[in-house]
Design a protein around this ligand. Structure first.
Ligand SMILES: NC(=O)c1ccc[n+]([C@@H]2O[C@H](COP(=O)([O-])OP(=O)(O)OC[C@H]3O[C@@H](n4cnc5c(N)ncnc54)[C@H](OP(=O)(O)O)[C@@H]3O)[C@@H](O)[C@H]2O)c1
Length: 356
C-alpha cells in the first residue's frame, strides 16, 4: 500500500516525512520544488516525485500510483482543490492537515462524489482537528442533547511559517462561529472567556478554528464557538484588524503579511517539540442547563500533528478507511486521540462546582 506525502519539505511535511522514514509506512515524498525535495529525499533515503499542482498530467500520474495522499502543502485554500480533484478521479484516499474552515466545507461538499469513487476524504488530521474533534465527540456522548459546544486550545511554543502565513492570509476576514447549524461570521476576537486547561483560570479569545466546520459534522451540535489562548497583545492586534479589514484583504497587503509571517515564524525547534505540551478544553451544554466539561493534554502541537497525521494514514492504509467525507472522531470515535502516546483526557463534569 503506497503513501504519497505532498508538501514533504515544508516545516510540518518534513516532520511527517521523517517520522514515516523512521516508523513507516514508507512514503513517496512529493512537492513542487525539485531541489528542496531531492535534498530531503536523499537525506531520508526515500523515493520522490517533484511536480507542481498546476501540472495536471504529473499530478494525475503521481496520485494514481498511490493508495493514499497525505497533503501537507498549505495554505490549503490554495492547494486542496487540485489535490482533492486528482484523488477523486484516481480513486485515491485523501488526508490533509488543514485547519481552514472553508477548506473543510469544500471537502465536505465532495462527499457524494467521494462515496461514488470509493474514496475517503478526511481533512484535518493534525492538531487541528484530531484532539478537538475527539473531545467534541466525547462531550456529545456525555450530553447527547447538547445544543451548545465550546472548545478552546492552548499550544505552548512558536508557530511555523506556514501556520503564521495561513493566519495572515485570513487576517482581514474576522472570525466565525456556528449558529443554529450555519457558519456565521463575527468580528475578530469577538468573545473572550476563562477556561481551565489544568493550570488555573486562563483567558481565551474566540478564533475561527476548524471545528466550527468539523465538530458540527461529527456531533450535530448546532452552536459552536472555538477559542485559543493567545500570546500577549494578540487580542488587541486582532481587534485593531477589524478596522483594517478591507485593507488587509487587498492582494498586495495580504501577500506582504503572508511573506512577513513566513519569514518571522520558524516553528518550534526539536527541543521545544520534545518538551512542549498542548491543551484542549471543551464544554457541551443542553438548552435545559445540563453540561459536560472535559479537557485533554498532549504532546507539543506540531509533534502531535506529525503523529496523528501519519497514524491516521497508517490506519487508513491498513484497511480502516471509509468512503465519503469523514472527520477523525466521526470515523474513528471519541477515544481515537487516546491512542497517541502522551495524550490524557480528564472529565471535569464531576469536578467541584465553579471550576471552569
Ligand atoms: N491543522 C494543523 O494542526 C496544522 C499543523 C501544522 C501545519 N498546518 C498547516 O499546514 C500548512 C503547512 O504548514 P507548514 O508549517 O509546513 O508550512 P511551510 O513550512 O511554509 O510549508 C508549506 C509547504 O507547502 C508548499 N506549498 C505552499 N503552497 C503551495 C502550492 N501552491 N503548490 C505546491 N506546494 C505549495 C510549500 O512549498 P514551497 O516551499 O515550494 O512554497 C511547502 O512545502 C499550513 O497551511 C499550516 O497552517 C496545520
Amino acid at each position: 500500500m503506497s503513501l504519497l506525502i505532498y508538501g514533504a519539505y515544508g516545516y510540518t511535511g518534513r516532520l511527517v516525512a521523517r517520522r514515516a522514514a523512521e516508523h513507516g509506512p514508507e512514503p513517496i515524498l512529493a512537492g513542487r520544488d525539485a531541489q528542496k525535495l531531492g535534498t530531503l529525499a536523499r537525506e531520508l533515503e526515500l523515493p520522490h516525485r517533484a511536480f507542481a499542482l498546476e501540472d495536471g498530467t504529473a499530478l494525475r500520474e503521481a496520485v494514481s500510483e498511490a493508495d493514499l495522499v497525505l497533503h501537507c502543502a498549505g495554505p490549503f485554500a490554495r492547494t486542496a482543490h487540485p489535490m482533492v480533484e486528482a484523488c477523486l478521479r484516481a480513486g485515491t484516499h485523501y488526508l490533509d492537515i488543514t485547519g481552514e474552515i472553508e477548506v473543510f466545507e469544500y471537502v465536505a461538499s465532495q462527499d457524494a462524489r467521494a462515496t461514488e469513487a470509493g474514496v475517503m476524504l478526511m481533512p484535518g488530521v493534525g492538531f487541528d482537528v484530531v484532539p478537538t474533534d475527539c473531545l467534541a465527540a466525547y462531550l456529545k456522548e456525555k450530553q447527547p442533547d447538547a445544543q451548545y459546544l465550546e472548545l478552546a486550545v492552548f499550544m505552548k511554543g512558536n508557530l511555523s511559517g506556514g501556520t503564521a502565513a495561513t493566519a495572515a492570509m485570513n487576517a482581514g476576514r474576522g472570525s466565525a462561529i456556528r449558529k443554529s447549524g450555519r457558519i456565521t461570521h463575527t468580528p475578530a476576537a469577538w468573545r473572550t472567556r476563562q477556561v481551565d486547561f489544568g493550570r488555573g483560570a486562563t483567558k481565551v479569545v474566540s478564533i475561527p478554528w476548524g471545528d466550527v466546520a468539523t465538530a458540527w459534522h461529527t456531533t450535530g451540535i448546532p452552536n459552536i464557538i472555538t477559542y485559543a489562548k493567545l500570546p500577549r497583545g494578540a487580542e488587541h492586534l486582532m481587534k485593531a484588524a477589524r478596522y483594517a479589514g478591507p485593507l488587509l484583504r487587498t492582494r498586495p497587503v495580504r501577500r506582504f503579511l503572508e511573506a512577513f509571517a513566513r519569514e518571522s515564524a520558524e516553528g518550534p525547534d526539536a527541543a521545544m517539540r520534545e518538551t512542549g505540551r498542548s491543551f484542549v478544553w471543551g464544554r457541551a451544554r443542553t438548552a435545559g442547563g445540563g453540561a459536560a466539561t472535559a479537557r485533554l493534554s498532549g504532546p507539543e502541537a506540531y509533534a502531535l500533528t506529525a503523529r496523528t497525521a501519519l497514524g491516521t494514514a497508517e490506519r487508513a492504509l491498513n484497511g480502516s478507511a471509509a468512503t465519503g467525507f469523514q472527520t477523525p472522531a466521526g470515523h474513528f470515535g471519541a477515544d481515537y486521540i487516546l491512542d497517541f502516546e502522551g495524550v490524557r483526557r480528564e472529565d471535569l463534569s464531576q469536578a467541584k462546582r465553579g471550576s471552569s
